[in-house]
Write a protein that binds this ligand. Structure first.
Ligand SMILES: [Zn+2]
Length: 395
């Protein structure tokens, strides 16, 4: 178990009363509550994910909470960022959050860092904390936090959300893979909340799961999501867990790591370079190339992840219909070197699925560039028709 924090601090009579529902749990008890009091958690980004995560960590009695966020509260945040009140629009989030959490629990210390996380401050901000909780909404910060966590040998509780779906994992290189093992490069097609939208309660679920994982790590109880990625789909109301593997070639936690310090030039060197690599090496296949491959003796497995109605209205020849939420189970028995092409309407959702399949250990997985729309736009006399009957039906 990663960090059962030593149960040093004593509890006052007020604290014993406040945490009674914890203390009555044999898995927590007074000793566990003292571990919580002695623990320090850094929440980076106090927005949609950071709000519930920080609220629950503060309420649970985590002794020292750090809050990093350089933004101010915007009216459009209030739909999901439950730390803030309407009257706080325009205030720095870290300070408004600190006030709210301190009002919730005066027995803990809350430290506010109203600044953007950068390569220059990440090491110093993270160092005094035992666990880093991801409340960020961008890749640069996430890669940076992962690398800091690996180099400082502490768990990084990861969460991300988009539209109606979210993911959670615990990256802890001492016992499992890190974020970079799973996502060596930032995906090519990924939009932020502002572009994509997000259901208000979704970050509540994911941020609360992140808080739960952090509490388990501190208490040393249960099975944290180390080496596992939890996928949540709010529309289907489904949870899936896929196994993750450590990458021996990982640039930060592999056998021959290239990233050994967080240098001041890290932002440019690591993130931009990774983004540029991502542009070149994003695993995709053009419609023309796929048509050739489908005509070959060993065609790839084509998986259409759209809904049933869209699939039946038109799809690629030999496409197999597997709605996204059924993918983890449907592919469980497949060999990890099966060649797979993922198809959606325009390619954007496929990009996320390709990342998930890669995370599950599939090595030859591609998205169809531009999705079915690009395929249909190519359709000519030599091109397979859009309404070719499926060779395989829904599983
Ligand atoms: Zn790694």
């Amino acid at each position: 178990m990663p960090i059962p924090v030593p149960p040093q601090a004593d509890l006052s009579p007020e604290e014993l009363k406040r945490y009674a529902r914890h203390i009555v749990l044999p898995e927590v008890g007074e000793e566990g509550q003292r571990r919580l009091k002695h623990a320090a958690v850094l929440v980076v980004g106090v927005g949609g994910l950071g709000s519930p995560a920080a609220l629950y960590l503060a309420a649970a009695g985590v002794g020292r909470l750090g809050l990093v966020d350089g933004d101010v509260v915007d009216e459009s945040n209030l739909q999901r960022q439950v730390l803030y009140a309407t009257a706080e629009v325009g205030e720095p989030k870290a300070l408004a959050a600190q006030r709210r959490l301190q009002a919730l629990n005066p027995h803990i210390q809350v430290e506010a860092y109203p600044q953007r996380l950068t390569a220059a401050n990440a090491w110093r901000l993270s160092e005094p904390y035992d666990i880093i909780v991801d409340g960020t909404d961008n890749f640069a910060a996430r890669y940076l936090l992962n690398d800091v966590a690996v180099l400082q040998n502490k768990p990084f509780v990861y969460g991300s959300i988009a539209r109606f779906e979210g993911q959670v994992s615990v990256f802890y290189a001492a016992e499992g893979p890190c974020y970079r093992c799973i996502f060596p490069q930032p995906p090519k097609h990924r939009a932020s909340c502002a572009q994509n939208g997000v259901l208000g309660a979704l970050p509540g679920v994911i941020g609360t799961l992140e808080a739960t994982e952090a509490l388990k790590l501190i208490l040393g109880i249960g099975h944290p999501l180390i080496g596992k990625l939890l996928l949540y789909d709010a529309l289907a109301m489904s949870f899936d867990v896929i196994q993750l593997r450590k990458n021996p070639q990982c640039r930060v936690c592999g056998e021959h790591p290239e990233i050994t310090t967080i240098a001041p030039h890290y932002d440019e060197a690591a993130c931009n370079a990774a983004a540029a690599e991502g542009e070149e090496t994003a695993p995709s296949i053009s419609p023309q190339k796929l048509a050739q491959r489908l005509a070959s003796p060993h065609p790839p497995l084509v998986i259409d992840i759209r809904d049933a109605a869209s699939f039946h209205a038109g799809h690629l020849p030999k496409a197999r219909h597997i709605p996204r939420e059924q993918l983890p189970q449907a592919l469980e028995d497949l060999s990890r070197d099966t060649e797979i092409v993922v198809v959606c309407r325009r390619g954007r959702r496929s990009a996320e699925v390709v990342e998930q399949l890669k995370a599950a250990g599939f090595t030859r997985v591609y998205l169809l560039e531009g999705g079915l729309e690009a395929w249909q736009a190519e359709s000519g006399p030599d091109f397979p028709s859009r309404n070719t009957p499926p060779q395989q039906t829904e599983p």
